[in-house]
Ligand binder design. Structure first.
Ligand SMILES: Nc1ncnc2c1ncn2[C@@H]1O[C@H](COP(=O)(O)OP(=O)(O)OP(=O)(O)O)[C@@H](O)[C@H]1O
Ligand SMILES: [Mg+2]
Length: 286
């Protein structure tokens, strides 16, 4: 577990050149221990730039990022410490697999941490379980596996370092609906079993709403909305302005409520809508 505190963060790419681009600015966010946060926002809104600051991959042009109270860019020691605490899974991480076998790929991080073989083995098996990688694949070459399997191996490689903060950039991009669901369930188990803080960037409102207890909406490099899913979805007009939309099931539920149907509970998914309608029927409300 670890707390992330971001203070007045600003990042400018290619500063002082004709290609200068202010990617994010004026970002102040505290993510407490063990929170599951969804980050959404239209393309180019600064999500990836933001999360790459959380493990020191990008350095702030201005501002600070603190992990458990320590400025992660203060010195070499802090930068090293944060790499062990904050695990970052890039968008399309499967392109970064390079070892001869799946086992070696997952073991790469723990090996670099100078753990002994027995400890590495425990970590690899544990991470494979969390990420949904079958142990039968351990001796195969990652290159001959499917895209979805490769994605899981890459995620296992990060989980094997047992990060207190797990940050994932579009982890479900390009997966089929069943693959998406399984992967999100795996990520949720990692959080539940380890108490880790989890930050997920996603284009899917449904995925984000289903998992996250807090949603942060980025727009033009700043935070436009920040709150529980219920709060964020309560303002569909603002979401539309930000280039996003309320999940379909939530929109339908809002419409039904307007027409007088007393639906209870948070509704983001079709299953939640179905259950709410059935509950209303059982209670004789429709
Ligand atoms: N290496 C770079 N050099 C210059 N500009 C960049 C670089 N990376 C990103 N940008 C610009 O910074 C802004 C924010 O980009 P970023 O990739 O953080 O957005 P994003 O919200 O992750 O978008 P997407 O949803 O498409 O992944 C964009 O205008 C982008 O073009
Ligand atoms: Mg991105």
């Amino acid at each position: 577990m670890a707390e992330i505190r971001v203070e007045d963060l600003r990042h400018v790419y290619s500063a002082g050149t004709p290609f200068e681009k202010i990617a994010i600015e004026n970002i102040n966010i505290v993510i407490p221990h063990g929170q599951l946060v969804g980050i959404i926002g239209r393309t180019g809104s600064g999500k990836s730039t933001f999360i790459q600051h959380l493990n020191g991959l990008l350095k702030p042009t201005e501002g600070r990022v603190l992990c458990d109270g320590q400025d992660i860019n203060a010195d070499k020691h802090s930068r090293k410490a944060v790499k062990a605490k904050v695990g970052l899974v890039f968008q399309y991480p499967e392109y970064q697999l390079f070892e001869e076998t799946v086992y070696k790929d997952i073991a790469f991080g723990p090996k670099n941490m100078k753990l002994d073989d027995a400890q590495i083995d425990i970590r690899v098996r544990e991470a494979a379980r969390f990420a949904g990688v079958d142990e039968e694949l351990f001796e195969r070459s990652p290159l001959e596996l499917s895209g979805g399997q490769k994605r899981r191996i890459a995620i296992a490689g990060v989980i094997a370092m047992r990060p207190g903060v797990l940050v994932l950039d579009e982890p479900t991009a390009g997966l089929d609906p069943q693959g998406c669901r399984q992967l999100l369930d795996n990520i949720l188990s990692y959080k539940t079993e380890t108490g880790a803080t989890v930050i997920i960037v996603s284009h899917s409102m449904e995925d984000t709403a289903r998992l996250a207890e807090r949603i942060i909406v980025f727009d033009h490099g700043t935070v436009a909305m920040d709150g529980a899913p219920d709060e964020v979805f309560a303002d569909p007009d603002k979401l539309t302005q930000l280039g996003l939309s309320v999940p379909q099931a939530t929109r339908l539920a809002m419409e039904l409520k307007k027409q007088g149907l007393a639906l209870e509970g948070s509704i983001y998914t079709h299953e939640q809508l179905r259950s709410a309608v059935l509950r209303a029927r059982e209670a004789g409300l429709c």
